[in-house]
Design a protein around this ligand. Structure first.
Ligand code: NIG
Ligand code: FE
Length: 412
């Protein structure tokens, strides 16, 4: 048995005695902490913690001095598109000049632009670019990440993307989940023949993706100008038949019906949610679908904000993820998401931390093993530089508070 003891922790944040699946409503404003603490890890799992004077004195393999830093569980980033080729900063200038996301997409920019570049890139190039991004988010405190396909938009390229994600899964200490998003945009060659593209996804892509075991989830961009509720229902039905649980893009551009469709098909999460009204909140209430807000995309595109406070007041849980992608959120920095949660969505720091750890763990289907510091969960955590408290994380909004990262109990 291998053990690791972290000592001199100023504050151990977000410990959990009784693991929960998620936190909702008023409960989101609470974080259980231990001041002046130790943390013991055994065989890559959290084993014990408590006040420093109760720390084990002998029989420990590795001792780590936190030097009065805080210790927090790693972020879980439940929504990214971090496998992509090239970047889209030039197109972003059109956005600055006033073109909307939909207008840029209609001109063959946007997702189709990334699809063209992905087509030209080799699997090795995609893998090494994506691993650069993985390294970057790892050093900023992310320990688990969901990655979507959706820049392929034809069978061969969608499979290529998913194989890259599989290779990332096999070679990084981060916990990775793959999401098949063939229905990200209608490819240019299918313009005016959207139904045929949906048929291709259903009849060809999903069976092949499932046959190779390349995805955990199925996704659809269910929104105005992209895929309809009918398209979405057809794709989700087939995905479910092939063992893929839905996690979908919904209500970013209008009241698309995506939230209702997601809940109806048992989606693990519905993501974006800028257009969420009373009907959508009522649908989400009592469901097992995690409402997930993507503050980075709303910030970068200057969109109206999802009504996070109203949703929490209604007793809902909220998750927040980075949406790391080249078009609408070219950053995977989850600490900045915590800042945006507080600055723009008026969450308190405790709510923001719950939204980016336990609730995103649920939105990736890994809440039993990740998302908090609980006995038996995977020891993914980070030690901060000496900072006054966790409230400092959202406050210092360009800060780099992470000093050391541990994944599966090992220095990463
Ligand atoms: O989540 N909304 C749809 N898809 C992505 C954007 C992808 C892109 O523009 O490349 C998103 O924001
Ligand atoms: Fe997205």
């Amino acid at each position: 048995m291998k053990s690791l003891l972290v000592e001199n922790i100023k504050r151990l944040v977000q410990v959990e005695d009784t693991p929960r699946r998620w936190v909702a409503g008023e409960e989101m404003a609470h974080l259980q902490c231990v001041d002046n603490a130790y943390l013991l890890v055994e065989n890559g799992k959290f084993a014990a913690w408590g006040p420093a004077d109760q720390a084990p004195q002998a029989g420990v393999d590795v001792r780590v001095d936190a030097r009065d830093g805080l210790v927090l569980p790693s972020y879980c980033d439940s929504h990214t598109h971090l496998v992509y080729a090239g970047s889209r900063e030039i197109e972003y200038i059109d956005k600055i000049r006033g073109l909307s996301y939909e207008e840029i997409a209609k001109r063959g920019g946007g997702i189709n632009n990334s699809a063209k570049r992905l087509h030209e890139a080799s699997e090795d190039e995609l893998y090494s670019d994506a691993m650069g991004r993985i390294e970057e988010i790892k050093q900023r405190g992310t320990g688990a990440v969901e990655i979507k396909s959706g820049y392929g938009l034809n069978t061969a390229d969608e499979l290529k993307m998913l194989r890259v994600i599989r290779r990332i899964k096999e070679t990084t200490p981060l916990e990775v989940r793959a999401n098949f998003l063939g229905a990200h945009a209608v490819p240019l060659e299918y313009k005016g023949r959207q139904r045929e593209y949906v048929d291709l996804i259903i009849n060809e892509m999903i069976p092949l993706v499932a046959a190779e075991g390349l995805a955990d989830f199925v996704d659809v961009f269910c929104d105005q100008g992209f895929f309809t509720v009918e398209d979405t229902e057809r794709i989700l039905t087939q995905g479910i038949k092939y063992g893929l649980r839905p996690k979908i893009h919904a209500n970013e551009l209008t009241y698309s019906g995506g939230i209702q469709a997601g809940v109806k098909y048992g989606a693990l999460s519905v993501d974006h949610l800028e257009f969420t009204g009373d009907a959508e909140i009522a649908t989400l209430k009592g469901s097992e679908t995690m409402p997930t807000i993507l503050p980075g995309a709303a910030f970068f595109l200057g969109m109206q904000l999802a009504p996070a406070r109203k949703m929490i007041a209604a007793g809902l849980p909220i998750a927040m993820a980075s949406d790391y992608n080249p078009g609408s959120s070219p950053s995977g920095d989850m600490r900045f998401i915590v800042s945006l949660a507080c600055i723009q969505f008026r969450l308190v720091p405790e709510e923001a931390l719950n939204a980016t750890t336990l609730n995103t763990a649920y939105a990736m289907g890994i809440e039993e093993t990740h998302g908090t510091i609980a006995k038996g969960k995977v020891a993914n955590f980070y030690i901060t530089h000496p900072i006054p408290g966790y409230e400092y994380l959202p406050y210092a909004y360009t800060g780099q508070p992470v000093k050391e990262v541990y994944l599966k109990g090992e220095r990463a």
